[in-house]
Design a protein around this ligand. Structure first.
Ligand SMILES: Cc1cc2nc3c(=O)[nH]c(=O)nc-3n(C[C@H](O)[C@H](O)[C@H](O)COP(=O)(O)O)c2cc1C
Length: 379
């Protein structure tokens, strides 16, 4: 099993049954033009991170994106994304508890660079850094770099070698040479190595069978969106994921998912607000463009139920919609936990309002349900 014992300052592996995180605060998470839409300014990112950190949330996860989803529209908000490593370094310095993530588009960056950046942020955070590794899929980003977006499954062949090289840089006692399919390195070394012995925890966001297999073999946390809206049906998918990791690769993987949150005093208010931003103010132009990109680059046919499902999800904010009163949110989170999910990362239209409401009204219910322990800053 993967060794977690040297990660004592990292809350990702604490005893809370359901871990909580924020997701995407470094950009605009929803496909909406609603006027009160989130702005990913540094002040906003910092305020959101500190609200989560002070309440004992386990994870602060940004999204890695070099360019948005519309061609020839430089002012479109999907272009506006703060750099993930610089973001993580700043957030690490300004927080005390939460694990701080960055996300690496492996094909755009050499493992030597990421090894050193990760070890540096692990030092700043005193062992609270974690890394989401992704193979990329948005051709516009690759065109900007002038590099090839590999065929879907080959991205994961590359990613496997990239992650193995990264881990070696984090752990190898001396210099090493490597002459593998993708990397040709002489006298490779990266010092300091991370505070977390054995390297920082790795997350991978994948949806396809090949991606999930990669994740089961190489990552500590699989970040995924189980198919369908029926939480009872999630259990089978999550169990199969964990079983593959355990039986084929001898690894104890955790499975996390992302959700879009609308919390209000009444169910009707929450549903009205969901309709306001995701239907009345839906950004149809960017959704159309995004769906066509996803279809092309991930081999999902246009007009397929899978793509239609993704479109609805993306309009709301990526992931399962958590919509309603604090009580309803707590019940949904309990059902998600019963489906075997170990952690949930959240987006809102307004992170500050969302986190304040959640910390005040939902956290106590999760504690009552036994999903989390009350947080003490000195613990
Ligand atoms: C929750 C979640 C977060 C993701 N974060 C990123 C990201 O930050 N940057 C990125 O380029 N892709 C990101 N992805 C895309 C995935 O890495 C992957 O390309 C996509 O889900 C398709 O899965 P597949 O490669 O298994 O087909 C994310 C996906 C999910 C589900």
């Amino acid at each position: 099993m993967a060794a977690m014992s040297d990660r004592t300052n990292n809350p990702l592996f604490n005893s809370n049954k359901l871990k909580l995180g924020t997701f995407c605060s470094n950009t605009i998470p929803n496909m909406t033009r609603v006027p009160e839409q989130w702005r990913p300014t540094w002040a906003n990112c910092l305020a959101a991170a500190q609200l989560a950190d002070n309440a004992g949330w386990e994870a602060l996860v940004p999204i890695a994106r070099w360019k948005g989803y519309l061609d020839g529209k430089p002012d479109h908000p999907s272009n506006e994304v703060l750099d993930v490593f610089a973001w993580a370094a700043g957030i690490a310095q300004a927080t005390r508890h939460s694990a701080v993530f960055a996300t690496s588009h492996a094909p755009t960056v050499h493992p030597i660079i990421v090894a050193k950046q990760s070890a540096t942020i692990d030092a700043i955070s005193n062992g609270r850094f974690a890394l989401n590794v992704v193979g990329g899929w948005n051709r516009r980003e690759f065109d900007m770099f002038g590099i090839e977006l590999m065929e879907h499954d080959r991205r994961y062949t590359y990613l496997a070698e990239w992650v193995e090289t990264l881990r070696k840089l984090w752990t190898h006692p001396g210099e090493f040479d490597q002459d593998s399919e993708f990397f040709h390195m002489k006298g490779a070394i990266s010092r300091p190595q991370p505070v977390q012995k054995g390297g920082v925890p790795i997350m991978n966001a994948a949806l396809s069978p090949v991606g999930i297999r990669f994740s089961a073999k190489h990552s500590d946390i699989g970040l995924t969106t189980p198919h369908g809206n029926n939480l009872d049906e999630w259990r089978l998918q999550v169990d199969a994921y964990k079983k593959m990791a355990r039986e084929e690769f001898g690894r104890d993987i955790k499975i996390w998912t992302n959700v879009a949150v609308v919390q209000r005093e009444t169910q009707k208010e929450a549903e009205d607000y969901l309709r306001r931003y995701s239907e009345e103010w839906m950004d149809v132009e960017v959704l159309d463009s995004l769906m066509s990109t996803i279809s092309k680059e991930n081999n999902i046919p246009m007009g397929s139920p899978q793509l239609a499902f993704m479109r609805t999800r993306m309009a709301v904010g990526a992931g399962y919609p958590l919509v309603g009163t604090a009580q309803k949110l707590a019940e949904d989170l309990e059902a998600i936990s019963k489906a075997g999910i170990d952690g949930v990362i959240m987006t809102w239209v307004d992170y500050i309002d969302g986190l304040n409401r959640f910390n005040r009204d939902v956290l106590p219910l999760l504690e009552q349900a036994g999903l989390r322990k009350p947080f003490s800053k000195t613990a």
